[in-house]
Design a binder for this molecule. Structure first.
Ligand SMILES: N[C@@H](CCC(=O)N[C@@H](CS)C(=O)NCC(=O)O)C(=O)O
Length: 220
C-alpha cells in the first residue's frame, strides 16, 4: 500500500492529503500515513534519511518509487491516480496550474514562511519583528496579484479547480490565521474580495475544510 510520511499539521502534508481526498483515495484503505516530523520525530532517523535526505515531510513511498517535495508528490498522484477525471486535462489547464504551483514556492510562500516561523516556531526573545512585519506586508502586495487573477476566473488555476488551487489556498489560509492571531505583529491584512470568494467556494466545493488548519499550530 502507498505510504505517506508526515504529520497533519504540516502545510506541505496538508497539500498532499487534500489532493488524495480529491482523488477519492482514503487513509487506511488506499494509503497509510505515518505521523512524522516535529514532536513525532522519525524524520531524523537513518531509515528516514535514506528515503528523504532533507529529513522533511511529506515523503511518499509507492511501490519502488520514493518521492519528496509536496508539489511533485501531487503531480505524481494526479498523473497516476486520477481515474475519474477530478482534475482537468490538457496543456492549458495543466500549465496554468503548474504556473501557480511554482509561484507559490518561489514568490508567494517565502516571505510568509518567515512570518510563520518567526511567530510560531521562534522564542519571543529571538524574534525579529521588523522582518515579520515586512514579510506580512510583502505578502499583502503579492496577494493583490492573486486577487486580480481571481477577478477574471473562478479558480487561480483557470476556470476549473486544479492542484494549483490547493497549494495556493493553504498558504492564503495561513496568511489569514497569522493576522487573526498576531494582528499587532503582522500589521493590517489587505481586504481581497475575490480571494475571499474563492476560499469560500473551495470550502463548499472541495475537501479544503478537512485539511486546512483549524488554528495556528504554535510550537516554541
Ligand atoms: N519544499 C518541501 C518543504 C518540506 C518542509 O519544509 N516540511 C516541513 C513541514 S511543512 C518539515 O518537514 N519540517 C520538519 C519537521 O516537521 O520536523 C515540500 O514542499 O515538501
Amino acid at each position: 500500500m502507498m505510504r505517506l510520511w508526515g504529520r497533519k499539521s504540516s502545510i506541505n502534508v496538508q497539500k498532499v492529503l487534500w489532493c488524495l481526498a480529491e482523488l477519492g483515495l482514503k487513509e487506511g484503505k488506499d494509503f497509510e500515513r505515518v505521523d512524522a516530523g516535529l514532536h513525532f520525530g522519525l524524520n531524523d532517523t537513518p531509515e528516514f534519511l535514506k528515503m528523504n535526505p532533507n529529513g522533511l515531510v511529506p515523503t511518499l513511498e509507492d511501490g519502488e518509487l520514493t518521492l519528496w517535495e509536496s508539489n511533485t508528490i501531487m503531480r505524481y498522484l494526479v498523473s497516476q491516480y486520477d481515474k475519474n477525471g477530478r482534475f482537468p486535462k490538457g496543456v492549458s489547464a495543466q500549465y496554468n496550474s503548474e504556473k501557480m504551483m511554482d509561484w507559490q514556492l518561489a514568490t508567494f510562500w517565502p516571505p510568509l514562511r518567515t512570518v510563520f516561523l518567526g511567530l510560531t516556531r521562534t522564542p519571543e526573545k529571538d524574534r525579529d519583528y521588523d522582518v515579520i512585519f515586512k514579510g506580512y506586508q510583502t505578502t499583502n502586495s503579492t496577494l493583490g496579484l492573486l486577487d486580480n487573477i481571481l477577478s477574471t476566473q473562478d479558480y487561480c488555476s483557470g476556470n476549473q479547480f486544479n492542484i494549483g488551487d490547493i497549494v495556493v489556498a493553504l498558504g492564503v489560509h495561513r496568511w489569514v490565521l497569522l493576522n487573526d492571531a498576531f494582528p499587532e505583529k503582522t500589521g493590517p491584512r489587505s481586504e481581497l474580495k475575490n480571494v475571499e470568494r474563492w476560499l469560500k467556494q473551495l470550502r463548499s466545493e472541495t475537501h479544503f475544510g478537512e485539511f486546512a488548519d483549524k488554528e495556528l499550530n504554535i510550537v516554541k
